[in-house]
Unconditional design. Structure first.
Length: 90
């Protein structure tokens, strides 16, 4: 146990992922206008996750953490194109 106590101190990264960090005022207002509910539609969840991602990626502390651990941020894959309608009658 003594060897654990004398090990390196952990490095902390205070990363704030909160709605006031959003620069887009419409995106900031959107979650606050949602009714209180235990059920959210998939579209609402997607929009909330996108907002959280925007705030996280804008955080200098998060970017420092990513850099310090030798990781990299990859772009989200593009949404697949909707299927094209086939010929009528087939």
């Amino acid at each position: 146990m003594a060897s654990l106590a004398s090990g390196p101190s952990p490095k902390l990264y205070p990363i704030d992922v909160s709605l006031p960090m959003l620069s887009d005022k419409a995106e900031f207002a959107y979650p606050n206008d949602l009714p209180t509910s235990f059920v959210l539609s998939a579209g609402v969840v997607d929009r909330l996750r996108a907002a959280a991602g925007t705030v996280l990626l804008a955080s200098p502390d998060f970017r420092k953490l990513v850099d310090d651990v030798g990781a990299s941020i990859v772009a989200s894959p593009a949404a697949p194109a909707p299927p094209r309608p086939g010929p009528i009658g087939h």
